[in-house]
Every structure is written in C-alpha cells, then in structure tokens.
Ligand binder design. Structure first.
Ligand SMILES: NC(=O)c1ccc[n+]([C@@H]2O[C@H](COP(=O)([O-])OP(=O)(O)OC[C@H]3O[C@@H](n4cnc5c(N)ncnc54)[C@H](OP(=O)(O)O)[C@@H]3O)[C@@H](O)[C@H]2O)c1
Length: 254
C-alpha cells in the first residue's frame, strides 16, 4: 500500500474531482487543484486549508489550451515539489448524433479526455519512477467497456483511457509506480446525464467512487469498478454480445 503526501487533481471545481480533493485533504495530502472556475477552486482551497491544515495551490487552467496546460505539466515535472498522486479526472461527454454534433466540441472532448490526460501522465511519471513511488489515477468510465450510439466520442475516449492505463500499469509497476483506471457507472454530479432515465439502482455514491479509487491506486490495482452493482455487471459486459449491449445501453443512456 502506498500513501500519498501530495496530489494534483484535475477537474476539482465540482463533482468527482472535488470529492477527491476533499478526501485527500482529509487524509493530510497537500494539494494542487486544477479547473477553469477560479471562484469555485478558491472557495474549496480556503475551506480545505482551514479545516485540514494542508497546503492547497489553485491553478485556473483550461486543459484544452496548450499554453495553459503546459503550466500544469511543468508543475507536475518540478523535482523540487514532487507530486505523489496525479488524479486525471477532468472530462466531459457529448451526446447526440455524431454527424450533427459540432466537430469543434467533439475535438475538445478528445483533447480533454485523452490528450490532456496523456500529457499530464507523461509529465508526472519520470519523477515518480525516479523516486520509485507514486500513483496515477485515471478517471475512465463504465462507458469505456461499451459502445453507446449517440455517445460515440465519449465511449471511445473512455476506452482509450482504460486501455492506456492498463497498458501503462504493466510498464511502470515494476518500478514502484501504480497506474489505475477508475471506471464508475452513474454518479450524481454536474455531468450532463438524462438523469430521469437512469434507474435508482444504477447510481453509485460519490464517496464510494473516491474511496474505492484511492484504495485501488494505493494498492496497485490496474482497474477499479466502484459499486457492487457494477462489479457484478462488469464481467457480464465483457462477455455479452456487443449488439445486445448496444440495445440495452441505448435504452438506459438516452
Ligand atoms: N458523473 C458520472 O456519472 C460519471 C460516470 C463515469 C465517469 N465520469 C467521469 O468523471 C469525471 C468527472 O466528471 P463529473 O461527473 O465529476 O462531472 P463534473 O461535475 O461536470 O466535473 C467535471 C470537472 O472537469 C472540469 N473541466 C471541464 N472541462 C475542463 C477544461 N477544459 N479544463 C479544465 N477542467 C475542466 C470541470 O471544471 P471547470 O468547469 O471549472 O473547468 C469540473 O471540475 C469525468 O472524466 C467523467 O467522464 C463521470
């Protein structure tokens, strides 16, 4: 089991990222929190400093903008201020007919969910490997196991995150660094979902997502599917016929 004294969390201004920041601060980790909404980040930082006596750096950054993102890459690579855990959480999903969705938004989704996650991971790993200690927790999704019509780009980005994380884990685990894909199902956040079409049993409490994710990365597990209902479903999803899955997913998702 690894313990982390410092962590950088992307997308910490709401939802799962904010919950990670809260839990890590409660465990005594010094934080770097990243998102676009400064007011939200500053409020959270002030609360966590006051409540847990930890350092919290606020970085107002649009991770899809290369110039802004590079400041986060530099912070991650700074050997004088090591980051022991990177939580690549910032992400969003689009839904609708791919042919009709604005291409620029699809590109931004790939930029944030995939490119930014890859670049931040690349910036963080060398010093973790050198210290033979550290973790990268990549927030993927159950959507990464699926093909969901009208969420093509989202599913594909999350498939990438899961495969990337699993592959990387095999590379760096022998050097003492853990990379884990966290694959939640539905979680109540600001993430755009047609919530009314999601059955009650399908929601996972945000606290479980965070605690299970942190337990998985610190113990060196490659993948984490939080919630008993999704743990039971994951092996079935892996062997179910893809056509059947697409039909079921379309009913629940859209
Ligand atoms: N909620 C679910 O049901 C669910 C299920 C599975 C996986 N996930 C994944 O969980 C992660 C977090 O989602 P969430 O549900 O917590 O949604 P959320 O409440 O909408 O949070 C998304 C976070 O990402 C940040 N963000 C968005 N665009 C950004 C950008 N260009 N640059 C920097 N930060 C950006 C947002 O902050 P700003 O707007 O302040 O930038 C916000 O802090 C995502 O990767 C999502 O795919 C969610």
């Amino acid at each position: 089991m690894q313990a982390y004294r410092s962590a950088l969390v992307t997308g910490a201004s709401s939802g799962i990222g904010e919950a990670f920041a809260r839990e890590l601060a409660a465990r005594g980790a010094h934080l770097v929190i990243v998102a676009r909404r400064t007011d939200r980040l500053e409020r959270l930082a002030a609360e966590l400093r006051e409540r847990y006596r930890v350092d919290v750096e606020v970085h107002t950054v649009d991770l899809t903008e290369p110039d802004q993102r590079s400041t986060v890459e530099e912070r991650l690579a700074d050997p004088a201020r090591p980051i022991e855990l990177l939580v690549n959480n910032a992400g969003f999903g689009t839904s609708g007919s791919f042919a009709e969705l604005p291409l620029s938004r699809e590109e931004r989704e790939i930029n944030l969910n995939v490119l930014s996650l890859v670049r931040l991971t690349h910036a963080a790993l060398p010093s973790m490997i050198e210290r033979r200690h550290g973790g990268v927790l990549n927030v993927s999704s159950m959507a990464g196991f699926l093909a969901a019509p009208f969420s093509a780009t989202y599913c594909a980005t999350k498939s990438y995150v899961t495969a990337f994380s699993e592959s990387l884990h095999g590379e760096v685990a022998p050097q003492g660094v853990h990379v884990t894909a966290l694959c939640p199902g539905f979680v109540r956040t600001e993430f755009e979902t047609r919530a009314e079409s999601v059955p009650g049993f399908a929601w996972v409490p945000i606290e479980s997502v965070v605690r299970e994710g942190l337990a998985a990365v610190s113990s060196g597990r490659t993948m984490c599917v939080p919630g008993a209902q999704y743990k039971a479903a994951a092996p079935v999803i892996r062997i179910a016929p893809r056509r059947l899955l697409r039909t079921v997913v379309s009913r629940v998702w859209l």
